[in-house]
Structures are given as C-alpha cells and as structure tokens.
Design a protein around this ligand. Sequence first.
Ligand code: AMP
Ligand code: ZN
Length: 493
Amino acid sequence: MQLYKNQQIKIYNSLSGKKEVFKPINAGYVGMYVCGPTVYSNVHLGNVRTFMSFDVIFRYLKHLGYKVRYVRNITDAGHLENDADVGEDRIAKKARLEEIEPMEVVQRYTVDFHNILNAFNFLPPSIEPTATGHIIEQIELIKTIIDNGFAYNINGSVYFDVHKFNKTNNYGKLSKRKLEDLIHNTRELEGQTDKKNPQDFALWKKAEPQHIMRWPSPWSDGFPGWHLECTAMSTKYLGNHFDIHGGGMDLKFPHHECEIAQNEAAKGQTPVNYWMHANMLIMNGKKMAKSTGNYILPNEIFTGNNKHISKAFEASVARFFMLQAHYRSVLDFTNQGLLASEKGFYRLMDALNTLEELKASKTSSIDINSWKDSCYDAMNDDFNTPILIAHLFDAVKYINQLNDGSESLNTTDLATFKTTLNVFIFDILGLENGTKKETQTDKLHGTVNLLIKLRQEARANKDFALSDKIRDELAKVGIQLKDGKEGTSFSEN
Ligand code: AMP
Ligand code: ZN
C-alpha cells in the first residue's frame, strides 16, 4: 500500500499564508514546477539551497508513493538585467563580454549547474524544459492573452495590461500587494519603455538591432518575456491547473505574481493550488547574490578555497548544514555553522556504522514505532527537516544506549530502526555516506590484487598468454600493473 494513504502532509501555502492539508488534484499523482536557473553564470550556494529544498520535497513525495512529475526549467533567454523589461539580456551580455555565442554561454553554465547538482546528490527532475525550446508555445500564449483583451502591442512589443486585468481579477494576491500602492511606489525609467502603465510587463519584446537572441513572431523579430516562459512550460507539461509551484522567496514578486496573471488571463483559471517559497541563504547579513559579490561557489566549498571558510567540506556536510534549517527560514552561512554540521554529520555516520554491528535482544525497551512516527510527523509538517534531524540525533542516542547495553531492541524493532534511519538519511535527506567512497576504493584494491595473484599463478604455470591477457585487459580499463622487486603493484590513470 502507498504510504501517502496513511500520512497527511501540511504545506505552507504562500497564497493563503497558512499551512494547508495537501490534497493533490489527482489522487496519487503530484505535479510540481520549480523555476530553474538563468544559465548565465555559475550557480552559487544560495541557488543550491533553494533547489535543495525542492529536491527534498520531491524525494519525500516519491518516498510516500506519489507519482511525481517534477518540472524544473532552464531559463536560457528573455531574462534581462535587474529582472526588468529594459536592459540587456543576461545571457547575451555574457556572450558579448566573453566573445562567444549566447548558446555557448547557455551550454557552459547548464553543464556547470548539472555538475554541481550531481555533486550534491540531487535527483534529476522528470522534465527539464528550456525557454528557447518553447518559443512557439509562448507565442501561442501571447495570442490568446491578446484575444482575451489583456495584452496590447506597441511598436512590436506586447505588454500585459495589469490595470485592465486588475478590474476583473486580483493582481497582487500572492505577494499581498495592491495595485494602488504599486502605482505610488513605481519609479519609471524615463523614456525607456513604451508601456501604457509602468506596472504592465512585457510578454514579447521587439529586439533592438544589436540583440542577437531573436525569433520571428506576429509582432516583431524579438524575444519572450521572462515571466511568460514559466507559464508556457509549466502548463505544457502539468496542465492549466497543477498542484505545486515553487521557487525562491525573491521570485514571488513580480515573477510568480505575473505567472498567475498570465494564466488567469489566458486560461481563465488560476494555475496552482500550493505556492511554495524557499527562504534565502545569507552571508554577512546580506542575501547571497552574484550581483553584489557576496557569494560562495560550491566548488570553493569542496576545495576550501574561499576566504570565508577555514577548510574544505564534503558536499554531504554542506547539504546537512542547509537541511538543518527549515526551508522557510533564512539561513546564515558561516564557517562555524559548517564546522558544527560537519561534526554532527560524522556523528550520525559513525552511529550508523555502529548500528550495523548491533545484535537484537529478546525484548525492546525503546518504542521505535513512535520514534518512526515522529520522523514522519516532522516531514508531514511542511517538510520540517530540522525537526527530523533532531529525531535522527535521538536515534544516535539510542544507538549508543543499545551499544552499551542500557537499552534493547528485538529483531523486528531493530530491523525497523535500521530501515527507517537509512530511508530518512539517504533516500529523503539525500545525504551520502562519508565512508562510501573509501569502500569503493577498498573493493577496487581487493579485485585488482586478486587478478595480480591469478596472473602470478599463470606465470608460475608458464601460461604467459593468460598472464599477458590479464595485464593488457587491465590496461584497457585504465589500470597499469608494475612488476618490481617487491612484487607487482598497480596504478590508475
Ligand atoms: P536565478 O538563476 O537568479 O533565477 O536563481 C535561481 C534560483 O535561486 C531562484 O529560485 C532564486 O530564488 C534562488 N536564489 C537566488 N539567490 C538565493 C539565495 N541567496 N538564497 C536562496 N535562494 C536563492
Ligand atoms: Zn519561473
């Protein structure tokens, strides 16, 4: 039986400002869309945190037995500097500065993004669509919004008419803003835009002659607006109405507000049941961001090569550090915090190794099922990983007590305990055992040494064909044997 039938998740919905019981549109299925990166530079640790929050949510939903379609896009066009409707395209700007093609920029940083996520043991999403791969869908969407009377074309650029939309709908309902307040607070960049109202936003922009990333459309040779991409890609793969939409807190306005408006204007229905927003990673009291130089790159964590940290840290330690904060809390990045998480992480890993050695008793003195329930309760309560991790440290205490004989577990409870711990630590939190790599190396050494022994036996039997074959075949897979006075050793290349 699927676990989700016995577990009730509550999700904090940014739209209602409350925790709500999660009820998917189709029982047993979950559609989840998360705004992906704009691939114009290396992802920093702040970006990683947001994607990690949704990785854990994806993992937990899957663990409960839901069939999850997780769509996370790649923004490879249309995202201008300062998230604005005027200015240079971030990718085109990088291409200009580096004297390469925009698609070379896209390729370079998409590869970097994937490498980083692999290093942190992320599960790949079910679909990873790109904005440039969905220009046709975006043009169709704009046509519909124009037909429905919510967008206008001026000089080849198409803008969403926020004022008109707000007469029948509620622009600002997600970010809790009122159009009147927006009107008072908007400072127009004089002469830079031909919109009717400064609050309107671009669905399609006519490309300036120097703008390289351009596509033909009924209105002009141009490019789509950033907000529109996510509407086109989310609804294409998840339908006009789906379960969960996520992203960082900083995307709530205007990006997600505009997504809601576009969807309501085009399809006549609000797109998403549960809006989820992950909070920011900060450093020195300020948001981690590329633009201000206040950031750390993941590779700097792995090498220790950054002035903010005293040493290198394993990816799982950084992962553990981030998951010790709830996804809706601000997390302050500090060297002290990382060092403390490192200690905690290895304490947990050591305890797991001890657990493997433990023998069952006849009776149980610990109520393991209630401990297990509390782990699920933590995750069911809006994916509360810090509370879950506190329960994992209770488990460490139990393991020590079982080890010194002051507590006991019978065979069934011990098996439940082991399975539950492994599921939560590895499958749901996505941590990787710090000793795993060594184990792989041990296995390799054992295997090659066995082949060296067989080769020696072959030589002793004067079967030189076989001994040469062993040497040559190992060389083919990158293992060189070296015969010396002390015997045969090997190296990898
Ligand atoms: P971007 O490529 O700038 O669109 O960002 C990709 C994702 O990272 C978005 O969901 C952002 O909200 C998120 N993000 C950016 N900076 C931070 C930060 N300092 N902490 C957490 N998430 C962030
Ligand atoms: Zn988006």
